[in-house]
Write a protein that binds this ligand. Structure first.
Ligand code: FMN
Length: 524
């Protein structure tokens, strides 16, 4: 086994079988200790190996509580340091302790560190005094710790790598996050791709599309992914249906196996959609952290969730300059509509159910994006983030594959090139924020759908106020002081006008921000 494998397995073992630790193993453990690094190679340590049962029992009293396991131990190694030889004897002795503890575990011997320095014995004396009398070591030697040893009765489960507190690692400076170089590399490639898209000639006379066609066009990428039973490309103009019942049955069986969707069970489809494609919600949570108004504290997460969150958040950050508040919505919308299309194609859901389900995503698409190009870039970033657990080469290949699909969608006469981005006659509002919260907004900001300044106050008590105040930014003081110009509205509604405000929702009261060159800047 490699050293890291031993480390992964290491645990403190306090209950022993009573069997003796073999001489050879004990010798190897002690050798490992003596092989330790020490400051200026002074090796200020002395080790007392105790195997006499009577002595071990007495040693258990060296601590009021923490040394009980010595009663059942086969052996103890007391590590002492010579304080006259070096001022780093505690560090030197700790290294010996740690190495012997790990060596023991790797040899199948259970061990546990028992703290000696600065601790009290059961009789009120210091642990050091207690043991000095028992083991007769001289004054100039100071007690560091004791390693109890014995054959393990049971070895606790190894710690899980996914539960390691990764947030304790700071990069470059305190609070600094890990940069995922390959994610940044991919983000750069996406930036290049943005330029390529910008340089593509605009279609001088794009076809305008209705809401239904727009819905189908939103599944641009996922519609290209075929599944058994859906032989042809589903197209983007009408809702596709399988050619015959045999094909439909094949498609249903596939969807059932892959996504656990059951025919005529809308709930099972909804569950699958959320389970498989929720990259957009994750990105939104991450964004509250990047902008300094985290929606929760990392301490609230369970260890495995925390490690996952921190890693995913730091990986996603590479895309934040590219997609900003638009995040990964496009990817999820594309995938969700794509999956619903397949479910509708084979009759797992009805056409009506399809249009009902997809309505929300069509509204979201309108809030976040203004063109197929914007939508395409966000799709691409979301796609890579979706596949982030894959190896670098696979990620790169997935990026290229999706870039090529997008190039095809923008080729002369193809779906996203020939069609306009759908703009409804009247604004379609969408619930963009879970919490039912209200805020104040100036009439001007609401009418012109333009937010340029926002701040958070202590909430008013006569409505469910979240404390946020929004303005266009160029209102006069006189205008703002006129009560008729201030309106109570849903926070969610403001998010429709300016989706970038959502990530600031949890900012502390008293914070204020102004929009400068399209970015929010805190006013201090
Ligand atoms: C400096 C130090 C002092 C410790 N003191 C004691 C102790 O006095 N008694 C004890 O039972 N365990 C002691 N331990 C063991 C810890 O309780 C143990 O490492 C911790 O609970 C984590 O469990 P693990 O080692 O299985 O990962 C000590 C460990 C260290 C590093």
């Amino acid at each position: 086994m490699e050293l890291l494998e031993y480390m992964k397995n290491r645990r403190s073992v306090r209950i022993y079988t009573g069997e003796p630790v073999g001489e050879e193993k004990l010798e190897q453990i002690l050798q490992a200790g003596l092989l330790s690094a020490s400051g200026r190679a002074v090796r200020p340590w002395e080790l007392i190996v105790v195997r006499e049962k009577k002595l071990l029992k007495k040693m258990a009293g060296a601590r009021a509580m923490g040394a009980k396991m010595l009663e059942g131990a086969d052996c103890a190694v007391v590590v002492l340091g010579d304080a006259e030889k070096t001022d780093v004897w505690t560090e030197d002795c700790s290294v010996v302790m740690a190495i012997m503890h790990l060596a023991a575990d790797s040899l199948g011997v259970g061990s546990c560190w028992i703290q000696g320095r600065r601790r009290e014995a059961s009789d009120g004396r210091s642990t050091e005094e207690y043991l000095r009398e028992l083991l007769e070591y001289p004054e100039h030697l100071k007690l560091e710790a004791i390693l109890s040893l014995g054959m393990p009765k049971n070895h606790p489960e190894p710690h899980k790598l996914e539960e390691l507190p990764m947030e304790k690692i700071h990069w470059e400076r305190f609070g600094g996050k890990k940069k995922y170089a390959y994610m940044e590399h991919i983000a750069k490639e996406v930036m290049e791709f943005c330029k390529e898209l910008d340089e593509m000639p605009e279609n001088p006379s794009p076809r305008s599309v209705d809401r239904k066609e727009f819905t189908l066009l939103l599944s641009g990428i996922s519609a290209c992914r075929k599944i058994p039973g859906i032989q042809l490309h589903m197209g983007y103009e009408t809702l596709y249906h399988c050619e015959n019942e045999k094909d439909a049955a094949e498609a249903r069986a596939f969807l059932q196996k892959m996504y656990e969707i059951r025919p005529h069970d809308l709930e099972s489809l909804k569950v699958a959609l959320i389970r498989e494609f929720s990259e957009c919600e994750q990105y939104e949570q991450f964004r509250t952290f990047w902008l300094g108004s985290p929606m929760f504290s990392l301490d609230e997460l369970r260890p495995e969730g925390r490690a996952w969150f921190v890693k995913s958040r730091d990986m996603a950050e590479a895309f934040s300059p590219v997609v900003k508040e638009r995040g990964f919505y496009a990817w999820d919308i594309n995938e969700r509509i794509g999956l619903c299309r397949k479910a509708a194609a084979c009759g797992m859901i009805t056409d009506e159910e399809f249009w009902e389900l997809t309505d929300l995503w069509v509204r979201q698409a309108q809030v976040f994006y203004h063109s197929w190009k914007e939508y395409a870039v966000s799709c691409l970033c979301g796609a890579v983030y979706f596949m982030r657990r894959e190896k670098e080469e696979q990620l790169e290949a997935f990026l290229k594959l999706n870039m090529n699909l997008i190039r095809q969608l923008f080729a002369e006469g193809m779906a996203w090139q020939k069609s306009t981005w759908y703009q409804p006659q009247e604004r379609e509002w969408v619930e963009m924020f879970d919490l039912r919260q209200e805020c104040l907004i100036t009439k001007k900001a609401l009418e012109e759908e333009r937010i340029g300044y926002m701040y958070r106050q202590n909430p008013e008590e006569d409505f469910t106020d979240c404390g946020w105040r929004f303005m266009a930014g160029d209102e006069t003081e006189e205008y703002v002081n006129e009560p008729g110009n201030i309106i109570v509205c849903q926070y969610s509604m403001v998010c429709n006008i300016e989706p970038s405000v959502r990530a600031y929702f949890y900012s502390d009261r008293g914070k204020q921000y102004e929009k400068v060159n399209g970015e929010w800047r805190e006013i201090r």
